[in-house]
Design a protein around this ligand. Structure first.
Ligand SMILES: C[S@@+](CC[C@H](N)C(=O)[O-])C[C@H]1O[C@@H](n2cnc3c(N)ncnc32)[C@H](O)[C@@H]1O
Length: 274
C-alpha cells in the first residue's frame, strides 16, 4: 500500500535536494564577514587575489553550495552568489547612483522583461545600468549614452562584475543629439536636464513604450512632466519613494538613523502615437 505521507515527505525532500545551487567558474560572488562587509570577485580555477582578504584558492570554491561557510585563517566567513540588490549596493561610486529602492520602482514602471531593448543616459557609476541589464537578460539590449568618458571607466568595471556586459552597448556622446538605428521599448534618463533630450529620445521609443526619468529637485519634475505632456506622453506620473530601514537589537526596535531622507523624484510616462 502506498504511504502518501511518506511519499509527500520524500517528494519534498527531493525537491529541496534539487534547490541547492553550486558555485562554478565565472560566478560573480562575494565573501561576507561577521561585520557585514562584502569582498567581491569572480570564481576562477586558480589562485584569486581578493581585495581586502588576500589570496584564495578558487579550486576550493568550485562546487561549494551558495551560502556555504568558509574558514579563512581561522575566521568564519560565508560565500554567496551576488544578486542584483548586492550589486547595486556595492557598486564602486563615482557620480551619485540610483539606489536599490528607486531602481526597483523604475524596472516595474518600465515593465521590463527578457528581450526588451532600452535606451539609457547617462551611465554614472552604472548602478541603474546593471538593474536594466538584469531585467532584459538574457536576450535584450541596453544602449547607454554617456557624455563623459572618465565616468564610464568605473561604470564599465561595475557592469563587468555583474557578468551582464554581453547585452550592453555603451556609447559616448550627448543623448540630445544621439542617433540610434532602431526602436526601443523603454527609455531611462538620469541626467540633469532630461526634458531637453525628449525630442530626440522620443524618435526611438516605440508607441506604447515607457519612459522613466530620475531627478533630484522638484523644479526638475515640473519641467520634465511638462515636456512629456507637450509631446503627447500619457499615464504621466511623478513619485518619491520613502523607505526606512528598521534596526532590530536585543534592546529594542527602531528606524535606522542612517536612512537617506531624500534620493530623487521618479517621473514616468508612456509614448502615444500623438
Ligand atoms: C547622476 S549620474 C547617473 C547615475 C546612474 N544612473 C547610476 O545609477 O549610477 C548622471 C550621468 O549623466 C551624464 N550626462 C549628463 N548629461 C548627459 C547628456 N546630455 N548625455 C549623456 N549623458 C549625460 C553625466 O556625465 C553622468 O555620468
Amino acid at each position: 500500500m502506498i504511504n502518501y505521507q511518506t511519499l509527500a515527505r520524500q517528494t519534498l525532500f527531493n525537491d529541496f535536494k534539487h534547490m541547492s545551487i553550486m558555485l562554478g567558474v565565472g560566478d560573480s560572488v562575494y565573501i561576507l564577514d561577521d561585520r557585514g562587509r562584502r569582498y567581491w570577485f569572480n570564481i576562477q580555477n586558480d589562485m584569486i587575489r581578493v581585495k581586502g582578504l588576500g589570496i584564495i584558492d578558487g579550486a576550493r570554491l568550485i562546487g561549494q553550495e551558495d551560502g556555504s561557510s568558509l574558514d579563512i585563517a581561522g575566521r568564519e566567513f560565508f560565500i554567496f552568489r551576488g544578486g542584483l540588490i548586492e550589486q547595486i549596493d556595492s557598486v564602486e561610486r563615482g557620480p551619485q547612483i540610483i539606489t536599490a529602492k528607486d531602481a526597483a520602482t523604475i524596472l516595474l514602471h518600465l515593465d521590463l522583461k527578457a528581450g526588451d531593448r532600452v535606451l539609457e543616459a547617462g551611465v554614472g557609476s552604472g548602478a541603474l545600468t546593471i538593474a536594466l541589464l538584469h531585467s532584459i537578460a538574457p536576450s535584450g539590449k541596453v544602449f547607454t549614452i554617456e557624455l563623459r568618458e572618465e565616468f564610464a571607466k568605473k561604470a564599465r568595471r561595475n557592469v563587468e562584475r555583474s557578468g551582464l556586459e554581453a547585452m550592453w552597448e555603451l556609447q559616448f556622446g550627448d543623448i540630445k543629439d544621439y542617433d540610434l538605428d532602431e526602436m526601443v521599448d523603454a527609455v531611462a534618463l538620469d541626467m540633469p536636464d532630461p526634458w531637453n533630450a525628449l525630442d530626440n529620445v522620443t524618435r526611438f521609443l516605440r508607441p506604447g513604450g515607457r519612459f522613466a526619468g530620475y531627478v533630484p529637485n522638484a523644479n526638475q519634475v515640473i519641467d520634465l512632466m511638462k515636456g512629456l505632456r507637450e509631446r503627447g506622453y500619457k499615464e504621466t506620473r511623478a513619485l518619491e519613494n520613502i523607505q526606512r530601514f528598521i534596526e532590530v537589537h536585543p534592546g529594542g526596535v527602531r528606524p535606522s538613523y542612517d536612512t537617506l531622507g531624500h534620493t530623487g523624484y521618479l517621473v514616468f510616462g508612456r509614448r502615444s502615437t500623438k
